[in-house]
Design a protein around this ligand. Structure first.
Ligand code: HPA
Ligand code: ZN
Length: 337
């Protein structure tokens, strides 16, 4: 039987929590800063990496929005997406549902079409080159007001056939899901799937709001739901998918040591957890690394890995036939390894 790390690397998997702007590696940041003649406040790749020491979510977001300034053209977004998909391909990723933050780009003067057209081009090329399928989830920045999110939904109107869902990200504390009740209602009426970051830094109450006010299809992170036994029970009963991001949780001090990560506990409780990379260029690991390092730290067993990989497809927004095909591929892989 293969060792666990090799088993993890090879198992077919999907990524359900990935901010494409968070896959901007320092090398690519420098290349784009030169290509577009946009200054960045760093002299070297080493200096950038050294700046990635965060004590909380806001520390990270400040540097992450600054990094995104180098993205200027459709080609930049296409290149960004392709660089991510080639990493995912190396990790045996077969499908990804990627977040993007249009307001990060429209607020600095780029038309809405630049980011989305570039990303869609990269996604199409990834399917042709690697056979990786993908879907796009448009996130609203929760530190901005609701008006901005409503304008963003309006700008997305011509693209709705290419957008699978909407999400809610950025600074969580002080910006509860209820602040965005109207825009999420409008998104649901347009047939979009609903995701929201909740319970990363924010209290269990925000997870309740995501369920009861936004009517989410998935909770992004959800760690702090474990503080509320009744809420945990509810998430189990409803089979709610949680897109958990262990290396992100470590880097943003949601857990102080990976050994304290709740992934094993979540699975033992029967929560439908998945394993994801969030912002891999900033948090030190892509998809397979998140599985491997978590498995080592909290003692995930082979069966846990199989559960996480299956959850990544059954928790996705793929159609049932595609889900069944991927789950069968996992069964075949498990049989052979
Ligand atoms: N949380 C909230 N907002 C984000 C994150 C995150 O982990 N990554 C990128 N935007
Ligand atoms: Zn996230």
């Amino acid at each position: 039987m293969t060792d666990l790390a090799t088993f993890i690397r090879g198992i077919p998997k999907a990524e359900l929590h990935l901010h494409i702007e968070g896959s901007l590696e320092p090398e690519q940041m420098f290349a784009l800063s030169r290509r577009n003649k946009v200054d960045i406040p760093f002299k070297s790749v080493e200096e950038v990496r050294a700046a990635y020491a965060f004590s909380n979510l806001q520390d990270f977001l400040d540097i992450y929005y600054q990094g995104a300034n180098v993205l200027q053209t459709e080609e930049d977004f296409r290149d960004l997406a392709l660089a991510y998909f080639s990493r995912l391909h190396a990790d045996r990723g077969r499908h990804a549902e990627i977040f993007f933050d249009p307001e990060t780009h429209t607020d600095r003067g780029l038309p809405f079409s630049v980011s989305i057209d570039g990303l869609l081009a990269g996604m199409k090329e990834a399917e042709a080159s690697f056979g990786i399928t993908s879907k796009l989830i448009m996130c609203f920045l929760r530190h901005l007001d609701e008006t901005s999110s409503l304008q963003t939904l309006k700008a997305a109107e011509p693209y709705l056939d290419h957008i699978a869902g909407v999400g809610l990200d950025s600074s969580e504390k002080g910006h509860p899901p209820s602040k965005f009740a109207r825009v999420f209602k409008a998104a649901k009426e347009r047939g979009l799937k609903i995701c929201a970051h909740a319970g990363e830094e924010g209290p269990p109450e925000y997870v309740h709001e995501a369920l009861d006010i936004l009517h989410v299809d998935r909770i992004d992170h959800g760690n702090r739901a474990l503080e509320d036994a009744a809420l945990t029970q509810r998430l189990v009963k409803e089979g709610m998918t949680l897109t958990v991001c262990p290396l992100s949780n470590l880097k943003l001090c949601v857990v102080m040591d990976l050994k304290d990560h709740p992934m094993k506990r979540m699975l033992q409780l029967g929560l439908k957890a998945t394993c994801n990379s969030d912002d891999p260029a900033y948090f030190g690991g892509y998809l397979a690394d998140n599985y491997i390092r978590t498995a080592e730290a909290v003692g995930l067993a082979r069966d846990d890995i199989i559960t996480l990989a299956k959850n990544s497809f059954t928790g996705s927004f793929l159609d049932p036939a595609s889900v069944a095909k991927h789950v069968a591929a996992i069964d075949a892989y498990v049989e052979a390894n």
